[in-house]
Write a protein that binds this ligand. Structure first.
Ligand SMILES: NC(=O)c1ccc[n+]([C@@H]2O[C@H](COP(=O)([O-])OP(=O)(O)OC[C@H]3O[C@@H](n4cnc5c(N)ncnc54)[C@H](O)[C@@H]3O)[C@@H](O)[C@H]2O)c1
Length: 453
């Protein structure tokens, strides 16, 4: 029987056990081959197969061992493992994977709305967790993770890679050193260009019950950055958001992009089959689970937004003025911290990409006679302005590496960042200010508790 037929007819879990020789007799908490950390990866989409799959094995295989991989789609599981380039058992069921392979740590790169299932199951069965942002998409799922962590006492890290680019670390240092005194307010605008938003809207990210809207899926990064920079937790959110072009606002719609009758007149048309990696991972395997990667951006199910504005009040008294403009020609952001001794700001352009960031410090001066100081920080090599390799070194190479800026994030930070988005979503829908306290059992603190929270 060939491998594809075998997987289709019996399930990938059995196929994995049949085709490879799983490591026997290991228990969670023991290191694997030559002291390597025993990891398992759950969710073999682009993120899983890329950053935590192929790249992880390329850069960290001296330190970690991939003992198994899991995806509920047996076709993607098979292709994903091949793309990662590992010879390990494959599973469609995470519980079976943990029972048979006993990984020490689960890396969770599944859909946002299924993170809690895998995270909770992993902790219950004795694993530490590394989970992609957003931790989850609503307050009920967030509470289930808080409760599970408390009950089982396992370590759960949320991969906020946006904390790690060297120039952001420098800004954090400058704020911690008191350069601008006490921060009183933050101005933060983030822009997503049309192509990037199109990539969200073709997928589950466009549907609130899958990705929590961009208030959660995308803004979790931004809210976490602010929480971390100012070292405080949010107490109240007032927000507005709207959709004007996508979903039911569109002029026509088709089943999906590649076979749509409106391709010649649709500004968002693309053909997934032109991209071999995406075709092999998604289009070739959609018959297993109906996960369509090139859905119509005008489908009626879309209830995510394009424009977002929020004011967030922190327990420390800081105000954050935030906007996410997710349908524009421009890609980048601008952030400014106003403090009692001056103002610190940075502006980053997605394209054309420079090789450095200029951080500007303007001291307080009513006559504008103190010149602004420019602090230039070069980008480091690697994804997300050089942040990804630094985060991964701490995660996989040297977990004891000192963390003077508190860059590693746990469940509390993961929850606090999504709660701002969840409160913003409620605020915009119900047209009222929404308190963060009471959404979960976590009580916002004026000074953010250090990791693990
Ligand atoms: N930090 C970042 O910059 C960044 C960038 C991209 C994606 N992400 C996050 O990474 C995660 C994955 O993103 P993606 O683009 O690869 O998504 P994707 O939809 O391409 O892949 C997710 C995979 O998870 C599988 N899956 C879903 N639920 C499962 C379950 N319960 N058990 C086993 N498999 C399951 C799906 O079949 C799919 O193959 C998301 O949470 C996303 O928000 C983070």
């Amino acid at each position: 029987m060939d491998r594809r037929k075998f997987i289709t007819s019996t399930g990938a879990a059995a196929a994995g056990a049949f085709l490879v020789n799983p490591v026997k007799g290991m228990t969670a908490g023991h290191s694997g081959t030559a002291g390597k950390k025993r990891l398992a990866l759950v969710g073999l989409g682009v993120r899983g197969t890329g950053m935590y799959g192929h790249n992880l094995m390329r850069d960290y295989s001296d330190y970690v061992e991939m003992v198994a991989v899991c995806d509920q789609n047996p076709g993607r599981l098979e292709v994903g493992r091949e793309m990662i380039g590992v010879e390990c058992p494959v599973y469609t069921d995470v519980e079976e994977l943990i029972r048979k392979e006993r990984p020490e740590t689960l890396i969770v790169t599944t859909w946002d709305d299924t993170h809690h299932e895998v995270v909770n199951k992993g902790m219950e069965m004795g694993c530490d967790i590394i989970v992609e942002k957003p931790l989850t998409i609503d307050e009920v799922k967030a509470q289930s993770i808080i409760d599970t962590e408390k009950k089982y006492g396992k370590k759960c890290i949320v991969t906020f890679n946006y904390r790690y680019p060297p120039y952001r670390a420098r800004m954090k240092e400058l704020i911690m050193e008191g350069l601008i005194g006490d921060v009183t307010s933050v101005d933060f605008q983030w822009q997503i260009n049309h192509a990037h938003l199109q990539r969200y809207m073709t997928r589950w990210h466009g549907e609130a019950n899958r990705g929590g809207t961009l208030w959660v899926h995308k803004s979790t990064h931004h809210f976490d950055m602010v929480n971390w920079f100012i070292n405080s937790e949010p107490v109240q959110v007032q927000a507005y958001s709207a959709r004007e072009r996508f979903g039911d606002k569109g002029p026509f719609r088709g089943k999906n992009c590649r076979n749509c009758a409106h391709t010649s007149k649709c500004p968002y048309y693309w053909n997934i089959n032109d991209n071999e990696r995406l075709r092999r991972l998604y289009a070739d395997n959609e018959h297993y689970d109906g996960y369509i990667r090139d859905n119509c951006v005008f489908r009626h199910q879309i209830d995510s937004f394009e424009k977002h504005s929020a004011i967030v009040k922190y327990a420390s008294g800081v105000y954050l003025n935030y906007s996410l403009t997710a349908d524009t020609d421009y890609s980048g952001y601008w952030i400014a911290f106003n403090g009692t001794k001056g103002r610190l700001e940075a502006r980053a352009l997605g394209y054309p990409r420079k090789d450095h960031i200029d951080i500007t410090f303007t001291p307080v001066s009513i006559y504008n006679d103190k010149p602004a100081e420019v602090i230039t920080v070069p980008f480091a090599p690697g994804g997300h302005w050089g942040g990804d390799p630094i985060m991964n070194d701490k995660l996989f190479k040297d977990p004891d590496m000192p963390d003077p800026l508190g860059q590693q994030a746990g469940i509390r930070d993961g929850v606090m960042s999504i709660l701002i988005g969840i409160a913003a979503r409620k605020s915009a829908t119900e047209n009222r200010a929404v308190d963060i306290g009471g959404l979960t059992s976590l009580v916002p603190q004026a000074v953010k508790p250090p990791f693990p929270g």
